[in-house]
Design a protein around this ligand. Structure first.
Ligand code: NAG
Ligand code: NAG
Ligand code: NAG
Ligand code: NAG
Length: 233
């Protein structure tokens, strides 16, 4: 037979057990949040490792003692889980490679690395489905036009001008149909402009001057029916 005192003790134990259970559930929620955060953290740290020269110390406060949302050039969502929305590091004389880890920043909508000295090929950004603005103009990027850009399905504006890209446009343009602005001016592109580019219904501006392009302006572009069409060669 249990005395009221024992019952109270049992109830207390149950309460403690419940609290522990709740606590561990809360803990798990926290964990998954932290994991989300740590994907961004690791992506940024990997990007940082790709930078070989930072003469102005632009990344000097990119240190794990501070939350990455407060690092120079980073803007995050204003609510939890804090995710990177912008990576804004133009004109800082940065040298190195742009790493594909940036593709893990699934909330990123603006990537501005323009006016630096990034070399190598532009990486595949596999999960950057929110990316709208991609500015890598005036660097030293080499290789061909990355067809992996087709995976950036929200892209509105991309500027690859003043780089060292070679080769032809991909024969079957894989650019996302959301694109409004495309700039590949001052590269070393050759071949002709594929007709498929006219299928980008939202395109307002296509800047391709100072390349080695040949052939005609595809009829599809001329017929695209976009008002104020700005096609410069
Ligand atoms: C990191 O540097 C940037 C630019 O200098 C500055 O705006 C930001 O407040 C710094 N962050 C911290 C945590 O000091
Ligand atoms: C992206 O994040 C995953 C972990 O979620 C990691 O395994 C993978 O290596 C990362 N990709 C890149 C390119 O850094
Ligand atoms: C490209 O950037 C370099 C500095 O990195 C600058 O000297 C040059 O004027 C820029 N070119 C253009 C056309 O803006
Ligand atoms: C696009 O993303 C999917 C899924 O992440 C991947 O399998 C595919 O290879 C990517 N395409 C390109 C061109 O990178």
């Amino acid at each position: 037979m249990s005395s009221p005192k024992q019952s109270a003790k049992l109830a207390m134990l149950l309460l403690v057990a419940l609290l522990l259970l709740c606590n561990s559930t809360v803990g798990n929620v926290c964990c998954s949040r932290n994991q989300e955060n740590s994907v961004d953290l690791h992506a940024l740290l990997d990007f940082q490792r790709g930078i070989t020269k930072d003469p102005q110390g632009a990344l000097s406060n990119w240190s794990t003692t501070t939350h990455f949302c407060r690092w120079n050039g980073i803007a995050c969502t204003t609510t939890r889980p804090f995710r990177v929305e912008q990576l804004n590091l133009p004109g800082l004389n940065l040298q190195g490679k742009i790493t594909s880890s940036l593709g893990n920043l699934t909330f990123l909508y603006l990537l501005d690395l323009s006016y630096n000295s990034f070399a190598g090929t532009f990486p595949i950004l596999n999960h950057a489905q929110q990316l709208q603005y991609l500015f890598v103009n005036n660097n030293s990027l080499t290789g061909i036009i990355p067809d992996a850009l087709s995976n950036c399905s929200s892209l509105l504006s991309m500027d690859f001008s003043l780089n060292l890209l070679v080769g032809a446009f991909p024969p079957k343009i894989g650019f996302p149909p959301s694109l409004i602005y495309i700039n590949f001016e001052s590269n070393q592109l050759d071949g002709s402009i594929p007709n498929e580019i006219g299928q980008l219904q939202n395109l307002e501006s296509l800047v391709l001057g100072d390349n080695r392009l040949s052939g005609c302006i595809p009829a599809d572009i001329l017929n695209a029916g976009t008002r104020g069409y700005d096609c410069r060669f």
